[in-house]
Every structure is written in structure tokens, then in C-alpha cells.
Design a protein around this ligand. Structure first.
Ligand SMILES: [Zn+2]
Ligand SMILES: [Zn+2]
Length: 436
């Protein structure tokens, strides 16, 4: 990463409210970062460089296992530089990049090329997901052992194709033997034929709907195959109450984890009535019964963590009627604030559980980050929980502006992000004016 050629440094962050459920930290303390790692947490710490963080909260850096940075192929929408800047602005210190680029990341040479580019161009730690099947076409499996050797972190079918059960089963067996987690977008395309959730809102708007069963049937299939093959499987963007319950049923029966998104936790298919293509996303926004079921599952630990599915799109692909618009939302920059505003401030989710689901649990899944224990990488985020801000095109660092929260006033804002002990985001440009 960019910072690694800089000299080893030390920084003491003073008087932040440190919250790391994984390390049992919750209180106003100081933290010392030395040579890119957490070296000391306590009171009355001082050093040659100090950062006054009084009034701010300090969390382990957020980790987002689901991002589309559009490199290669659609750098007009996002690239590694802009995507990682948006991630850092949202407090994320680690990301997993999805393979549905143009071309699809399905060959070892593409993986190794992306790994090299990430080292040069990304502000945050970024891992490369390779495709589960060639071209994400759902037919021929990729060469997973070679993809892993080239640096792939996992294999995924996200963004384009869900394979048949037979192909998926073989893919899980191959991935399992190659030592790669399988990251799945569960939607059965023979059922997901609409553009929004198939419910009352779709009927009133006269739009073709995809039933919840499109997700539920694919999720059940994936879970059954995970249990049978023993593969390490992650189900992303769970959006229905039934899919969440199915994950719960298989928790003890398979090596399975699952996430849901900020938008499925905070928005519903009421937005279909706007007819605006901005609100098209896969899986679609659901009725409040599903939203609430997913929220309960996250609260109870059935769903392991939150991932944003950050999916930038050019305005000419979003400012269209629902049926013609590209599916997907920006996610990095609004994730914490949307969840803090809608779930924590309303008393539906504790701040501790939010930090577990944005930092600790996804950090554990990727095997690095999400912890402030002594010796861990100095990846952390500083947040002002009292700041109110209105999401607008001018506030977004992403190259695209397809945020479903545009115009919404949210509470809680990331003011600084540190990766490996070095600032990668400093919103005001003042906070990191470190005192000598
Ligand atoms: Zn997806
Ligand atoms: Zn995605």
C-alpha cells in the first residue's frame, strides 16, 4: 500500500472514547500506534506526535467485504483510487473487491495484476475476489488453485450469474480443496425476472416484480450444498426474513456466514412508488416485514455482519425509469451514518453491536483488522457521533453519485481514518495537524 515506504512512525491519539467490543474496550482512553501497529492502550499516554481526539469515538477500522470498484473496465464510474478514497471516507480500512468487472476477473493474470495495482493505488487494504465461474456465466468453473496462487482471497458469483445447483456444488468442492471461501449472491434468475420486489408497491406502480422466493430458494440451495460439501461459504446481502432464518438453521450445520446491507436494513420497497431508477438494486428493497426480520437477525447474531455492496453507476445508467436503470447503490460513505441514525439512535441496535458488525466480525472473516488489541494493525476510524450532515453529490468522494440517501440528513460522521498507523482520510484537513 502507498504508506509502506514511509518511515516507521509513532502516533498517540488522546482522549477518544474507544469502543472495541472484541477487545472489551469501552471508555475515554489514549492509544499509541507504533510502526503501523497498536502498541499501547491506556490513560495518560504521550508521545512526540499527538492527536487530540476529545469528543470523538474511536472504533477498529470498518471492514467491507463487498465492494465494486469497477476496475478494470468502468473507471468512469469508479476505480481503485476513487473507490478506496470513498471507503476511507466511510471509515473502512479493509475491502474485498468483487470480480464482475469488464473483463471479469476469472484468470490468474488478472488477479495478480489487480493485487499489484491495489498495492500502488489503494488507500485501504483491498483484497481481490476472483470469479467462481468463467465470465460469471454459470457454466465452466475457474482454475481456483491457480487463482489462489495469484493472490485471490475468495471466489464469488456476485454481480452477474447464479449457477445451477450442479455447477455450484462442484464449485464449492473445488473451492474447498483450493482453500478459498465461496462468496455468493443468492438469486435464482428463473424467479428473479422483475425489477423490484414483487409486492403491493410493485403492483401499485405497475412494475414487474421478483418474488422473495427468488432469493430464498437460491439461499436454501446454497446452504444445503455448503452443509454437504463442507465448503466455507459466505452469503452476501441477505434481504428477506426467511433467508435470514434459513441462515440461522444452517449455522450449526455448515461453515457458513452471512451479511446484510445498510440499505436493506434502513430502506423499504415504499421507494418503488417514486418510479426512480435510482432505487433499483439486487436483491430489491423489501417490505418492512423483511427489513425488520433482517434487522432482528443481525441484532441476534444470526447474520454475522454488514457489507455495503458499494456499486457505483454512471448517472446515465441510473437517471432512468426503474425498468431501464442499472441495479445498485453507493455504500461506503453513508454506511455508518445511515445505520447509526436509523438503528442506533432509535434504540433498535446497540452501538456495540453496530461496531461488532462493521469492524470485529468482518475483520475476523477476512483474517485481519477489526480489532484494537495490542499488536494488531493500526487500522482505525474516528467518528463524531454528534455531527449532522446532509448527503449530497458534493459530499460524496466516490466518482459516482447513486446514493439512495441523497438529500437525507444523517447523524454521525467519520472524521478520520487510519490504516497501518497512517492517516488515509482526514475530512476537515485539521484533525491530523499533529502537534509536535
Ligand atoms: Zn450481489
Ligand atoms: Zn455486489
Amino acid at each position: 500500500m502507498m504508506r509502506e515506504d514511509s518511515a516507521p512512525t509513532e502516533l498517540v491519539i488522546r482522549q477518544a472514547h474507544i469502543l472495541d467490543p472484541g477487545s472489551g474496550l469501552d471508555g475515554v482512553m489514549d492509544v499509541r500506534l507504533s510502526s503501523g501497529r497498536i502498541s499501547e492502550v491506556g490513560e495518560g499516554l504521550h508521545g512526540p506526535r499527538e492527536l487530540d481526539a476529545e469528543g470523538l469515538h474511536l472504533f477498529p477500522g470498518f471492514v467491507d467485504v463487498h465492494a465494486h470498484w469497477r476496475t478494470p473496465g468502468r473507471e468512469d464510474e469508479e476505480d481503485i483510487e476513487s473507490g478506496s478514497a470513498a471507503a476511507a471516507a466511510g471509515g473502512f480500512t479493509g475491502v474485498v473487491m468483487m470480480p464482475n468487472t469488464d473483463p471479469v476477473v476469472d484468470r490468474p493474470v488478472m488477479v495478480s495484476g489487480l493485487v499489484r495495482r491495489v498495492e500502488r493505488e489503494s488507500r485501504v487494504r483491498a483484497r481481490v475476489s476472483a470469479a467462481l465461474h468463467v465470465g460469471l456465466a454459470g457454466e465452466r468453473l475457474t482454475e481456483m488453485r491457480l487463482l489462489k496462487e495469484a493472490g485471490a482471497f475468495c471466489v464469488s458469483d456476485d454481480g452477474l450469474g447464479t449457477a445451477s445447483a450442479g455447477v455450484l456444488r462442484n464449485g464449492m468442492l473445488y473451492a474447498h480443496s483450493a482453500g478459498l471461501p465461496v462468496f455468493l449472491h443468492c438469486e435464482d434468475h428463473t424467479l428473479a425476472t422483475g425489477v423490484v420486489h414483487d409486492g403491493v408497491a410493485a403492483s401499485l406502480a405497475g412494475l414487474p416484480g421478483s418474488p422473495a422466493s427468488a432469493e430464498d430458494a437460491a439461499t436454501a440451495t446454497a446452504l444445503i450444498l455448503a452443509a454437504e460439501t463442507g465448503a466455507k461459504v459466505h452469503i452476501t446481502h441477505v434481504s428477506t426474513a426467511l433467508s435470514a432464518a434459513l441462515v440461522g438453521f444452517f449455522k450449526e450445520r455448515a461453515d457458513v456466514t452471512a451479511d446484510t446491507t445498510p440499505h436493506h436494513l434502513t430502506l423499504t420497497d415504499d421507494l418503488v412508488s417514486t418510479l426512480e431508477g435510482l432505487y433499483r438494486v439486487n436483491p430489491p428493497l423489501r417490505p418492512d416485514g423483511d427489513r425488520g426480520g433482517v434487522e432482528a437477525a443481525l441484532r441476534e447474531g444470526i447474520l454475522d455482519f454488514v457489507a455495503t455492496d458499494h456499486a457505483p453507476h454512471a448517472s446515465e445508467e441510473k437517471e432512468l425509469p426503474m425498468e431501464e436503470a442499472a441495479p445498485g447503490f453507493l455504500g461506503h460513505e453513508t454506511a455508518f451514518a445511515a445505520l447509526y441514525t436509523d438503528l442506533v439512535l432509535t434504540g433498535r441496535l446497540s452501538l456495540t453491536r453496530l461496531v461488532e458488525t462493521m469492524s470485529c466480525a468482518p475483520g475476523e472473516w477476512v483474517g485481519e483488522g477489526g480489532s484494537l488489541r495490542i499488536g494488531a494493525p493500526a487500522d482505525l476510524t474516528l467518528v463524531d457521533l454528534s455531527e449532522e450532515w446532509t448527503v449530497g453529490r458534493e459530499t460524496l468522494i466516490s466518482r459516482s453519485s447513486n446514493s439512495p440517501y441523497l438529500g437525507r440528513t444523517l447523524t454521525g460522521r467519520v472524521v478520520g481514518t487510519i490504516v497501518g498507523g497512517e492517516p488515509v482520510h482526514d475530512r476537515t484537513g485539521a484533525r491530523f495537524g499533529v502537534r509536535a
